[in-house]
Design a protein around this ligand. Structure first.
Ligand SMILES: N[C@@H](CCC(=O)N[C@@H](CS)C(=O)NCC(=O)O)C(=O)O
Length: 209
């Protein structure tokens, strides 16, 4: 059985959804990301104190993209095509989610914490939020003629993109998601595996409303 260090609604939720999608049993280890220092149990597996961490037969796997890829391959999930162009595109969009979208939100969260009330009028904060908006505008363009980011079939990239989208609610109305994007997020979150993860983590998915 797997162990997953997670924080509700954070990027670790994509791993939780994928474990549900692939029918895997998991022991969920809730991490308190507000705590300093982090729990010794989490630090033992990840000295950075971040989630997700997957523990597999006593061995530790960190980094969301690596964990998602490992789980898709191990359980032969169609959420990551086996080879060729389809796989390359799924990896492209997984990298987009993990290495462009996630860090863009990370910068905005960081600035929000550092600036406090001044964030509301800060040009630096505005620039950070604009950089997130650009990425969602790109997603909206991509989704004009297809139901999922890579085409007609859902991939693991859609799951991570959908998890990250819900973080937009932390920034009031500063980030606008397009109509196609909202339909897409509803499509992804309506999957039983996603609904189960939302319920288990007690997360409300608000951004597609
Ligand atoms: N590159 C890492 C980033 C993980 C990450 O930033 N996780 C966030 C939650 S979404 C976290 O643990 N934040 C707390 C912190 O950075 O201290 C990955 O993709 O797994």
């Amino acid at each position: 059985m797997y162990q997953l260090f997670y924080s509700p609604g954070s990027c670790s939720m994509a791993v939780h959804v994928l474990l549900n999608e692939t029918g895997q049993k998991v022991e969920l280890m809730k991490a308190d990301l507000a705590a300093q220092p982090r729990s010794p149990e989490l630090i033992k597996h990840n000295p950075r104190g971040q989630v997700p961490v997957l523990v597999v037969d006593g061995k530790t796997l960190r980094e969301g993209a690596a964990i998602l890829t490992y789980l898709c391959e191990t359980h032969k999930s169609p959420l990551l095509p086996a080879s060729g162009w389809e796989r390359a595109k799924a990896q492209e969009w997984l990298a987009f989610a993990n290495s462009s979208l996630h860090p863009a939100y990370g910068r905005a969260f960081f600035l929000g914490r550092q600036l406090g009330e001044a964030a509301a009028t800060s040009p630096v904060m505005k620039a950070a939020l604009d950089s997130i908006q650009k990425l969602w505008d790109e997603v909206e363009q991509e989704l004009q003629a297809k139901p999922y980011i890579c085409g007609k079939d859902i991939t693991v990239a859609d799951i991570l993109i959908t998890v990250i989208a819900n973080w937009s609610t932390y920034f009031g109305n500063a980030i606008t998601l397009g109509a196609k994007t909202k339909e897409y997020l509803k499509r992804v979150t309506s999957r039983p595996a996603y609904q189960q993860a939302l319920s288990t983590e007690s997360v409300v998915y608000k951004v597609a409303a």
